[in-house]
Design a protein around this ligand. Structure first.
Ligand SMILES: Nc1ncnc2c1ncn2[C@@H]1O[C@H](COP(=O)(O)OP(=O)(O)OP(=O)(O)O)[C@@H](O)[C@H]1O
Ligand SMILES: [Mg+2]
Length: 244
């Protein structure tokens, strides 16, 4: 479902992705972990064209993204739109729209759904994330955790096949992390694939089928969470987890 082949990226003379190759299964949860600056967000952004890369290829939901960004991939990005969702670390909600307004925006303008059907689906999604009472509120009237849940509902409104999430639990209290974990697991059962960047190892352990440790732009270790997080082999993973 997602296949990276020797993907490289530099910002100026700094290499940020140093030739990443990886293959992620459909209906699965892959987590990207590792120290700050390791390239996690950059890699996630490359998967849906938010960031260009310099060499290699990325195959995702049957499409191939090539180096060169928007210019080289215009038709591909148009086909990918809506099929690969993204939940940003800073949520990026529209401040002048209510929670429901945020959720229906792309469904109406990109997918061409009617306002009434998009709104009823938005209400269902808000209920799924425990936010049914807050649909009429604007982002400034919501807490960080509530805005984060609106951002998740907004991404789901596009019915994506793959959802990319950067630190999806960073503003949630522990009880909500449990709720969001359950919601995401149920979506994966329905066929969604998730790629998650997270610093929260208990969440990563609970939700992931596969964990990749990014360090200095390379995947230095990968595997099942119980192995990678429970008995890591690479010294860089061990250092990241505070084991040595
Ligand atoms: N737009 C940019 N211009 C220049 N350098 C950048 C840019 N975006 C990221 N970088 C650099 O690329 C490297 C990887 O950044 P990235 O955001 O992918 O790391 P990360 O693993 O997500 O870190 P964190 O855990 O802190 O979020 C960092 O050294 C960062 O400073
Ligand atoms: Mg990041």
């Amino acid at each position: 479902m997602i296949e990276l082949d020797r993907v490289t990226k530099a910002f100026g003379d700094k290499t940020v992705l140093a030739g990443i190759s990886a293959s992620f299964e459909p209906k699965s949860v892959v987590s990207l972990v590792g120290p700050s600056g390791g390239g996690k967000t950059t890699l996630l952004r490359c998967l849906n064209g938010l960031e260009s890369f310099d060499s290699g290829t990325i195959e995702i939901v049957g499409e191939t993204i090539r180096p060169g960004g928007e210019k080289a991939n215009r038709a591909t990005f148009a086909r990918l739109r809506g099929r690969v969702g993204f939940v940003f670390q800073q949520w990026n909600l529209f401040t002048h729209r209510t929670a429901i307004g945020n959720i229906i925006e792309a469904a109406v303008h990109v997918r061409g759904e009617s306002v009434s059907s998009a709104t009823s689906r938005a209400k269902e999604l808000l209920a799924k994330v425990g936010m049914e009472e807050h649909g009429a509120k604007y982002p400034h009237e919501l807490s960080g955790g509530q805005q984060q849940r609106v951002a998740i509902a907004r991404a789901l409104a596009m019915k994506p096949e793959v959802l990319l999430m950067d630190e999806p639990t960073s503003a949630l209290d522990p009880e909500r992390v449990q709720d969001v974990t359950e919601l995401l697991v149920s979506l994966v059962r329905e066929g969604l694939a998730l790629v998650i960047v997270s610093h929260e190892m208990s969440f990563v352990r609970a939700i992931s089928d596969h964990v990749c440790v990014l360090h200095g732009g390379s995947i230095v270790e990968r595997g099942a969470p119980k192995d990678v997080l429970g008995s890591p082999k690479d010294p860089r993973t061990r250092a990241f987890l505070g084991l040595e």
